[in-house]
Design a protein. Structure first.
Lengths: 249, 257
């Protein structure tokens, strides 16, 4: 039987009295690129942090390749760590390490490669993503935000994940850099046959990247479908959310 | 009723922080004793914490030794006991002033920087990124800093003791006109290994305290830039207070009889 790469069932999460995620259900298949859209505070980041094991859900199940993740304890150590990579909204590159050290960190410590092999993997990854060699010995604070995002993607891809999660990849970038990043994400995911979940509130990015789109609103998954169906949605919340983007393009 | 509610909330909040601290300490210490060890990071921290704190500790103990010699001479002349100056300087520096002053100065310099560094890593998601890349932050960030603090403080105190006693010697010989060899003889005459050992033991405990406080407040930082500032302040204040409290407790343990 072929399982979806990721399956989320009845996921619930709340902080004190605030319900952040309310009975979330969805599946993502191998090689599929799911984009989750929604306004700020709709629970997108919390959802991905639950999937990756950085936040513990109150209830519900997450399955990776049909195997249930132990959501009551941090599952970073076990199953998920070698499967899922995460690109943070603010890149989260290690300040004290150079670009090449940042990218070789995963292969060295997660994939347990020797330093020499990890550096080799990092070099390949940087060449693939067109990161100029002059950037390799630089520190993250010497890079522009779009370069930092690309390095963060290279770091995430260097561990050869089966699943990659992008948290607001185009935040803080101008339109040109944002589109370049969209193509980079789409190509990387397709070329490596990686399953991707991208969270964004930028509809144009979503339409570029997605095979399927889901919308979170106040902690509930209120709509899902193909990108072409998004504009035809009759859900009031969806139409209201996408309206500013459609009028601006 | 409102007052009781506020007190209750304050007590619960304090207990929550204490509980979190106990769990953190247990986790931090256990990770100091189990692999993986990041030797390069430990060495880097030893250099940052130990080597770069030398000037601060050296200057502090040098001038403290000098002031102590001057003050004790002024006091002892009233009882015609000037010869006790060298002994008092040596005992005060090795037993109390060396460890406490070094502990407080290193807390100000290192405790704050540990807290600020970890806090800014926390608010910029670098600690989460470590977890994603299969590395336990307690192995990679916390343990090297705590190990370096425990190792460096006794060494700094030992060097500080020598510099402090030398400060007293300078004032004794060049200002108070003591005979150099008599001063040195008086310095070692009543100084016992236990005096030095107790100071070094204190230093190791102070190192543990300042390392744990810096790491705890930095690692549990919230609320962005404001949180980084708060973590730094809390690390220094709690580190200094704990050093003074534990100084009494350890002194009681060593010298109560």
């Amino acid at each position: 039987m072929k399982y979806p790469r990721i399956e989320v069932r009845e996921l619930k999460k709340s902080f004190d009295e605030n319900i952040i995620l309310d009975h979330i259900n969805f599946k993502v298949h191998v090689g599929e690129s799911l984009v989750i859209i929604g306004a700020s505070g709709s629970g997108k980041s919390v959802l991905t942090k639950c999937i990756v094991g950085l936040s513990k859900p109150d209830d519900g199940d997450i399955f990776l390749d049909g195997h249930r993740l132990e959501t009551n304890s941090s599952h970073r150590k076990s199953e998920a760590a070698n499967l899922i990579s995460y690109v943070f909204q603010n890149s989260a590159l290690f300040d004290s390490l150079t670009v090449i050290e940042n990218i070789s960190f995963g292969p060295q410590f997660l994939n347990k490669q020797s330093k020499r092999v990890a550096n080799e993997i990092a070099r390949e990854s940087m060449i693939k993503l067109d990161i100029h060699p002059k950037f390799w010995p630089m520190y993250p604070n010497e890079l522009s935000s779009s370069s930092r995002k690309i390095v963060a993607i290279a770091r995430a891809l260097a561990v050869k994940p089966k699943i990659i999660i992008f948290d607001e990849p185009s935040t803080g970038l101008d339109i040109r850099a944002s589109r370049k990043l969209d193509y980079l994400i789409r190509d990387s995911v397709k070329n490596e046959n990686i399953t991707a979940i991208t969270i964004t509130h930028d509809i144009n990015s979503a339409l570029h990247i997605a095979d399927s789109i889901a919308m979170l609103h106040k902690g509930k998954l209120i709509w899902s479908g193909e990108p072409s169906e998004l504009k035809k949605s009759d859900r009031e919340e969806v139409r209201r959310f996408i309206k500013p983007f459609l009028t601006s393009t | 009723m409102v007052l009781i509610k506020h007190i209750g909330r304050y007590v619960l909040e304090t207990l929550k922080i204490l509980g979190r601290l106990v769990i953190f300490v247990e986790k931090a210490i256990s990770h100091c004793f189990k692999p993986p060890y990041f030797y390069q990071l430990i060495l880097k921290q030893v250099i940052d914490i130990g080597y770069y704190s030398l000037p601060v500790v050296g200057l502090t103990t040098l001038f403290s030794g000098m002031v102590l010699a001057l003050q004790s001479y002024n006091g002892f002349t009233r009882f015609s006991s000037e010869s006790a100056v060298a002994t008092v300087v040596a005992l005060s520096i090795t037993r109390e002033l060396g460890p406490v002053l070094a502990g407080l100065m290193v807390t100000g310099r290192v405790g704050s920087s540990i807290a600020a560094e970890l806090a800014s890593m926390k608010v910029s998601d670098q600690i989460d990124a470590l977890k994603i890349l299969g590395t336990n932050p307690f192995d990679y960030l916390i343990a090297p800093r705590i190990i370096a603090c425990i190792v460096c403080l006794p060494i700094l105190v030992l060097i500080g003791n020598i510099i402090g006693v030398f400060g007293g010697f300078l004032v004794g010989v060049y200002k108070l006109n003591f005979n150099p060899s008599t001063y040195l003889y008086q310095t070692v005459l009543y100084l016992e290994p236990m005096d030095i050992a107790s100071g070094l033991n204190k230093a190791a405990i102070f190192g543990l305290l300042l390392g744990i406080m810096g790491c705890f407040h930095g690692y549990n930082c919230t609320r962005g830039a404001q949180g980084v500032g708060l973590a730094t302040t809390n690390a220094v204040v709690s580190g200094c207070i704990l050093i003074l409290i534990f100084n009494y407790l350890v002194t009681e343990l060593f010298f109560s009889s």
